[in-house]
Design a protein around this ligand. Structure first.
Ligand SMILES: *[C@@H]1O[C@H](CO)[C@@H](O)[C@H](O)[C@H]1NC(C)=O
Length: 364
């Protein structure tokens, strides 16, 4: 059954999707993800450094899937896979197919000396790797320190990985902790100390009463704030995160694709079973990543006072009302369930001696 609210959600999503490269049509195609859309291919190249793990006897599509999914020894301590090499089965070089995953790509790494020496291996590089600058603002020389919203800290990771862990809700994050809204990062080799360090926080500068007395005291630490969160109800953000986590538990590669990289609406239509789930996912993703159009479900206000009895004499009624306004539904959120009006019977006999047996007041 398609409810009114679902229809509105769908129409709304069709409107916001104008800003995305996609069409808003039903697509029941359950074809596997077209990995060719996600990776560029260069033939006869082998990318040596930043090796994560290798597999035998799988084809390039499965190798791509493992790269996206963070497969095998990848255990969320390892960095994400940004590229892979693949040697097809039956090449002159050897019998079996082989797949190598890598944590960097040809754009970011100093090229390996092996690059031109392997005519039968092909190099695949992930397209459109997420740029964390799109999702976080950066302020140099600030530390969002002595406040109660500290979640967890890590050593020896760069700002991008720190951003990834903030987005992911990493480490001690267990779905009970609040989401990470900002982080601090000290790059490696700063005058302050040797190693890089990353601190995740559950609040941000806009929300905190004050950034903390340490704010100006750390010239080598930088502050990164998730864009746009100040404008949203924490509950609508948390709702989006909860729903996304549920989807990601069933479809882990969606997280790799859509949270840690950029996915298109069309790709999501290949991975989720129906349009309702696709639209709901897309809307939650827009809320979570870009702080756009967070869904707010309606909630009732308190009941107003009961009205006086509707009659002066005999059987009448009292009425009280409430509004779906605390908050009102927005962006396809559900309308309040239940009735806005409550009525109960009342009996009046005070004015019966005046002669009128009829209602003297209308129900309003
Ligand atoms: C409901 O909204 C109306 C119109 O804004 C207002 O007059 C009324 O007091 C509200 N009632 C409650 C119970 O909040």
């Amino acid at each position: 059954m398609v409810t009114w609210a679902q229809q509105v959600l769908f129409i709304f999503i069709c409107v916001i999707l104008v800003s995305f490269p996609s069409t808003c049509s039903a697509d029941d195609n359950n074809a596997p993800l077209p990995y060719g859309d996600l990776f560029t291919k260069e033939e006869g190249h082998f990318f040596g450094p930043d090796f994560i793990v290798a597999y035998n006897s799988i084809d390039a599509d499965e190798c791509a899937r493992r790269c996206l999914q963070g497969y095998g020894s990848y255990d969320s301590v390892n960095p994400p896979c940004l590229s892979f090499n693949h040697r097809p089965a039956g090449s002159p070089e050897g019998g079996s197919a082989r797949c190598w995953l890598h944590s960097s790509n040809a754009d970011t790494a100093v090229l390996s000396s092996e690059w031109d020496n392997w005519p039968h291996r092909n190099y695949y590089q992930r397209k459109a790797h997420l740029s964390y600058e799109e999702l976080f603002t950066k302020e140099e020389g600030h530390f969002f320190g002595d406040n109660p919203d500290f979640i967890v800290a890590y050593n020896d990771i760069d700002a991008e990985e720190c951003a990834r862990r903030c987005l992911k809700g990493y480490g001690s994050y267990d779905g009970v902790n609040p989401p990470c809204l900002s982080f601090n990062h000290r790059p490696a080799g700063s005058p302050e100390g040797d190693s890089a360090r990353c601190w995740l926080r559950s609040s941000n500068k806009d929300k905190a009463a004050s950034p903390g007395s340490e704010w100006n005291k750390w010239p080598h630490r930088n502050y990164y704030q998730k864009k746009g969160y100040a404008h949203h109800h924490a509950s609508s953000l948390q709702g989006a995160i909860d729903r996304l986590n549920e989807v990601h538990a069933a479809h882990p590669h969606l997280e790799q694709l859509c949270v840690f990289a950029k996915c298109t609406y069309e790709q999501v239509t290949h991975l989720l079973p129906n349009l309702h789930e696709v639209n709901s996912y897309w809307s939650d993703l827009a809320c979570y990543k870009y702080s756009r159009s967070c869904r707010v479900d309606g909630q009732w206000s308190e009941w107003g006072p009961w009205s006086d009895c509707s009659v002066g004499c005999g059987q009448g009624s009292n009425v009280r009302r409430r509004n779906c306004s605390d908050p009102a539904p927005r962006n396809g959120g559900w309308r309040c369930a239940g009735k806005p009006v409550e009525i109960k019977e009342c009996t009046q006999n005070k004015k019966c001696s005046s002669g009128s047996m009829y209602a003297t007041r209308m129900l309003y």
